[in-house]
Design a binder for this molecule. Sequence first.
Ligand SMILES: [Zn+2]
Length: 312
Amino acid sequence: MDRNRSGLFKESSADALAGAARFIGVGTGMAVGARNLVCVALICIGLPSICMAWGTQGHQIVGKIANAYLSETAKREIALLLANDLDISGAPSGRMSLAEVGTWADEFRSTPGGRRTAPWHFDNVPLCGAASPAQVCPNGNCASTQLERHLKILADRSETTRNRNEALKWIVHLVGDIHQPLHASDNGDRGGNSVLVRGAVNLHAVWDVAVVQYGTTQKLLGRPVTPDQVAEWQAGTVSTWMAESHRLAETLVYANLPTGWACNVVPDGRVDLGNEYLELSAPVAVQQLQKAGVRLARLLNEALNWGGNGRF
Ligand SMILES: [Zn+2]
């Protein structure tokens, strides 16, 4: 869920993870789960190629959850679309599942041909004050518009299989991204990238990596999703889900900063978040991943619901 803006801030997932590990190691009141995370993370610091997978953990979780809520029709169609999946170099990827292809959009962004898609990963919605559509989504280059556009491509049987394959990969990725509150908001700080954090990279990286890691080590993902939750979460639209994510940025991501926050003010120096911040944030981050998973399934079931049209 990396979010880079205009190439001003670039970091690898391994860097983000190393930062997250340093952050979690801060303080003496470290929880058992956090200690475990430090162990995992420290091993990874010397093995950046392996650690890239950790930076993608959130997207993998979303894809895995969605898979459990797919219709049989959608499952069959997805299997066909991923049967000849290609990686960013154009070689067969061998990726067969939503969890595996969920990071393709981030990989594509790092290629010369994919640089123009960097703004597709977020909506630039200011925390304070009204924003013009041109600011939130300049020329349609933002997550919500691109998500809607790719849903239409996926559902369009006159499109080529390759176009629909790439649309599917964009959808899997962007549904995840819009559930990260800092992909749905901005406080004059490039989605939290300018808010430096003691022992970590920055606030955005903490939300991309550390809170997810903390949530999984605390086994928060093991909590079952009830049928009522599925029904409630699957209601709404891309726009209401984006608004919900945006509210979390205000009520949680920024509201819980020990330094407090003000409109369009970037704190001086590095913010010392402390472990309490992780404890408050992780349950919400995990629930956002769960919501993203069941909502992704709804969108894919709708887009691929071709029953009765002679395709299957
Ligand atoms: Zn992204």
